[in-house]
Design a protein around this ligand. Structure first.
Ligand SMILES: *[C@@H]1O[C@H](CO)[C@@H](O)[C@H](O)[C@H]1NC(C)=O
Ligand SMILES: *[C@@H]1O[C@H](CO)[C@@H](O)[C@H](O)[C@H]1NC(C)=O
Length: 550
């Protein structure tokens, strides 16, 4: 039998064109880098895109003076501050992704290594931080003159290195943090508002490596059954947070090496499809990290090579198993960004060492494109490199136009621009995947309906009208939840491929085409809030349109 495929091969080649054998991404090249700003004044340690195309960025208040002043002679007075007691520089800003401008924001207490989610009405709710900021909640309403509002003692316990996830009812859950083996909810509504709920999984995954623990910033995803998938260190559970019950324990990731901070790998929930099916499938992929013991070794200037594997698991499976895949190289502190067309971009980070002060080496300048439904062994494609190392405290988020905003990097205790291996990085860049090349303008759809900021209900059929030179093949409509990115994890990141209920047809009146899709029926699939809607034509996405799922 073994000769049989060989006999068939020439036949296949003679009837198939090369362009079908190569994936479009391979055929189309490795993306482009663009320097957006030479100096935004702060380190972009945390980033969140809001539905007015503004990106909220912040670093920390106990860092010393940043390189951007607060407006109107405003200063932050803090007698407890170690570095500067009167600080007239900003530690947060709002970046306008459309005009490529920014304005400083005022923040009083320390927001360092914190977490957040955008609430369903579009307000960013940030939680926790360090010292005077550890039990604070801060909100940012999107408006041209808005600034942070801070609420004291708004959290029950201190939250530093926690992970947040927006829930189907619009609240957010805040999980873990340094020496916090529990979770709580925000806003604080109802009788249980003052409670924390113990989470033994965080005790089980606590593995002290010197002054760090390998289970911080756990990777959390809202599963399609309403439970939470929580990965920390090298294993995962499925948590029914309503009853505080572990409903499933996943096998440990093969190899057993840690993937959470400070062995910082990254993870995404892969695009959700076939949403009308009774049993929707959900898959998570965890990539990179640092071998066990790397943090302690890095302290002794021994920078161990990062993990070059990804583990992929169908979290909805009755008997879930990890499938391991090899990346073209090791990566630690990389970000994983879902692209509108369902690809995953791995970007930023290093090839050796770990997260933490001065512990990363060998920056990985090339992003990787991962095609989830590609052939195993041929899913990764190396992208063109940046020239800027993005080490510890760097970030990456998707913008509405399909570019990836890349910023940050500071492996030092303060701002440090001289005589260090990786100077504090204040430059802002954008990475444009291949689909933004002008060569694909003919394929690129332009969405005409829904119009921006349209409110749509769960479950309804939505007519999407778009223009494109000619529909050649596949058209898909996707919904993307923008994420809160910090420490190589994108909280709340989620991509839904909507089911087509009426195929693409001409819409003569609009001078284009229309397709009808079904919006997800359960808030488990898509919690309420703002999403970017994209029309994807042969893997080339339109610009996103903000819609609000209510
Ligand atoms: C920012 O850095 C530049 C160059 O080092 C310096 O000239 C400028 O005064 C700094 N600005 C602020 C507001 O710190
Ligand atoms: C949105 O909801 C949050 C949380 O409930 C609240 O703090 C905020 O003020 C609301 N924003 C607006 C603009 O109403």
């Amino acid at each position: 039998m073994s000769f049989f495929p060989l006999l068939l091969l020439p036949l296949i080649f003679s009837t198939t064109t090369v362009s079908i054998l190569l994936s479009p991404a391979e055929a189309r090249g490795g993306g482009q880098w663009q320097l957006l700003q030479k100096n935004i004044g702060i380190v972009a340690m945390h980033m969140q895109l809001l539905h007015n195309d503004q990106v909220i960025i912040y670093d920390r208040t106990d860092f010393g003076l940043s390189n951007i002043s607060l407006p109107n002679g405003r200063c932050r007075h803090d007698p407890d501050e170690k570095v500067v007691k009167i600080d007239c520089s900003a530690h947060s800003l709002e970046y306008d992704a459309i005009s490529n401008t920014f304005r400083p924001l005022f923040i009083q207490t320390d927001i360092w290594c914190s977490s957040g989610s955008v609430s369903p009405n579009g307000t960013l709710i940030q939680t926790g931080g360090y010292r005077d900021g550890e039990r604070k909640v801060r909100t940012f309403n999107p408006c041209p003159s808005c600034d942070w509002e801070e609420y004291s003692n708004a959290l029950v316990v201190k939250r530093w290195y926690s992970t947040n996830q927006i829930l189907p009812d619009g609240r957010q859950i805040i999980i873990g943090g340094r020496r916090q083996f529990n979770f709580e909810f925000y806003p604080k509504t109802g009788a249980s508002a003052k409670n924390t709920y113990s989470l033994p999984f965080l005790v089980q995954t606590y593995e002290a490596e010197g002054d760090a623990e390998n289970n911080l910033y756990p990777f959390v995803f809202l599963n399609v059954d309403g439970n939470l998938f929580i990965f920390a260190n090298n294993r995962a559970i499925l948590l029914d947070y309503n009853n505080n019950k572990v409903v499933k324990t996943y096998p440990a990731i093969p190899g057993g090496d840690p993937r959470s901070y400070p062995s910082t790998g990254s993870a995404v929930l892969l695009p959700l499809r076939n949403l009308q099916q009774k049993l929707v499938e959900a898959e998570v992929i965890v990539c990179g990290g640092a071998p066990k013991g790397s943090f302690q070794k890095a302290k002794k200037r021994d920078f161990v090579g990062a993990l070059d594997t990804c583990g992929r698991i169908k979290i909805t499976d009755p008997n879930p198993m990890w499938t391991m895949e090899k990346m073209p190289g090791g990566r630690v502190m990389s970000d994983m960004v879902l692209l509108p067309n369902g690809y995953v971009l791995l970007i930023n980070g290093a090839a050796s060492g770990t997260a933490g002060w001065e512990y990363g080496r060998n920056p990985v300048l090339n992003p990787l494109l991962y095609k989830p439904d590609g052939v195993i062994g041929a899913r990764f494609q190396i992208q063109n490199p940046s020239s800027i190392p993005r080490m510890y405290h760097s970030t990456a988020i998707l913008l509405r136009d399909g570019r990836i905003l890349v910023a940050g990097s500071n492996p030092h205790v303060g701002y440090n621009f001289q005589k260090v291996v990786f100077p504090t990085e204040l430059r802002l860049e954008a990475f444009s995947p291949w689909y933004l090349k002008a060569d694909f303008n003919d394929l690129r759809p332009e969405v005409m309906f829904p119009s921006p900021q349209t409110k749509v209900m769960c479950r309804v059929n939505l007519k999407v009208v778009f223009r494109v030179k000619a529909v050649r093949k596949s058209v898909a409509v996707t919904l993307l939840a923008p994420s809160f990115n910090t420490h190589s994890f994108s909280m709340n990141q989620r991509l839904l491929v909507l089911d087509e209920v009426k195929p693409t047809s001409r819409n003569v009146a609009a001078g284009g085409y229309e397709i009808e899709v079904k919006l997800p029926s359960l808030p488990f699939l898509a919690p309420p809030g703002f999403y970017l809607l994209f029309v994807v034509h042969e893997e080339v996405p339109s610009q996103g349109v903000w819609i609000q799922l209510v």
